[in-house]
Design a binder for this molecule. Sequence first.
Ligand SMILES: C[S@@+](CC[C@H](N)C(=O)[O-])C[C@H]1O[C@@H](n2cnc3c(N)ncnc32)[C@H](O)[C@@H]1O
Length: 385
Amino acid sequence: MTAADDLHETVHAQQVLERLRAAIGAAGGWLPFDEFMALALYAPGLGYYSAGARKLGAGGDFTTAPEISPLFGRCLARHCAQVLGELGGGDVLEVGAGSGRLAFDVLSALHAAGCLPARYCILEISADLRERQHALLATLPSQVAARVQWLDAPPAEPWQGALLANEVLDALPVECFEWQPDAPLARGVMLDATGELQWQTQPAPPALRAEILRLHGNLPWHAGYASELCTRVGPWIAEMTRSLASGVALFIDYGLPRHEYYHAERSTGTLRCHYRQRAHDDPFAHPGMEDITAWVDFTRVAEAADAASLDVLGFATQAALLLGLGIEEEIMSAQDETTRIRRASEARQLLMPHEMGERFKAIALGRNFSAPLAAFAHQDLRRSL
Ligand SMILES: C[S@@+](CC[C@H](N)C(=O)[O-])C[C@H]1O[C@@H](n2cnc3c(N)ncnc32)[C@H](O)[C@@H]1O
C-alpha cells in the first residue's frame, strides 16, 4: 500500500464509521448485528462490497479456491457440462464472481470440451470486482468472451442451466445471539462514551426469540453460549433461483449441518473477519474495510430449498465434490511434469481436511432436474442435514 492508499483508507474508514454512528443514533442507540453487518458490507458507496478495497488475491484480504488453483474451475466446468448436457443446453449464472477467475477457468474448460453455455451471466454486487472481471474475461477468445453478460438482478425471464455461488452465502448478514435460559438475548452494536463501536445485548425480539428457541431444542447450551443465525438465507435463495425453470444451483461455502453448527462446544459462534490476509473475530476493528463472514448452517439452506420448491440433490464436503468431479484426472492431464507437481500441491490445499477439504461443503439444489449428479458420486451427506 502506498501512503496515498493509506490516507484514502483512513478517510474512507472515518466515513463508514460516521454512517454507522448515524444508523445507531437513528435506531435509538442500539443496532441489531445483522443491520450493522449489512451496512458494513453493503452501504452504497461505503460498504466493503460496495466500495473499492482490493479484497481478493495478492494484496487483498482473502484467498478463495478459484484463486488457489484452476483445478477448482475445471471441476466445476465438468459439473456445468453435465447439467447443460442433461438439459440439452442452457446458461450458467455465477453469483458473486470475485476476480472473475472461476468464470475464466469454467469457460476455458467448457470451450475446450466443446460445450459452452449459451450465456455466462454474472451477478456481481461490487463495482470494483465487476471491473476486474471485465478485464480478465476480455482476455478469453472473443467468441467465448462474447457469451459473458453482467446482470444487476437474477434473470427476469425463465432460464435453464447451472447456477454457481462460491463463498457468497457466508457474506449474508447474520443475527447474533446469546443464550440465557430465562430470556435469549440479541447481540447488537452501540457506541461507548468515546463514540467507538461495542457489543451490547438486549432481550431478543419475539421473532428472533422463537427462532433461537427452535434452534436450541434440547441442546445443552450453557448460559452465555453465543452463536449466529441467518434468516436472510431463505429470501436470498428464493430470489436467486426464482426464474430458474430447470437446472441446478450449487452453493459452496464453509459451514456445517445444523446439529454440528449449534453443538454446545462451539460456544463462541463462527463470525470471522478478513483483513489483509489475516483472519480475526472483531467486526468493529475495520468496518467497511474488511470482509465479515459467518459459517453457513446448511440445514437452513435445505429448509430454504424446500420453501422455494427446490430439491436438495446432494450435500458433500468440498474434497468429495472435487473427487466426484474428477480432480485426479485433471491433475494427471497436465501437459508436463512441472505443472503436474504444481497442480498436485494446489489440490492438497483444496482437498486436505485441515485446509479447505472438509471445512467447505457443497450443496446442490435442483428444479425439474432428477439425474444423479457426478458431483456427489463420491459422497452424499444429505441425511446429516
Ligand atoms: C468471498 S468473495 C468470493 C468470490 C468468488 N466467488 C471466488 O470464489 O473467488 C464474495 C463474492 O460475492 C459477492 N457478493 C457478496 N455479497 C453478495 C450478495 N449479497 N449478492 C451477490 N453477490 C454478493 C462479492 O462481491 C464477491 O464477488
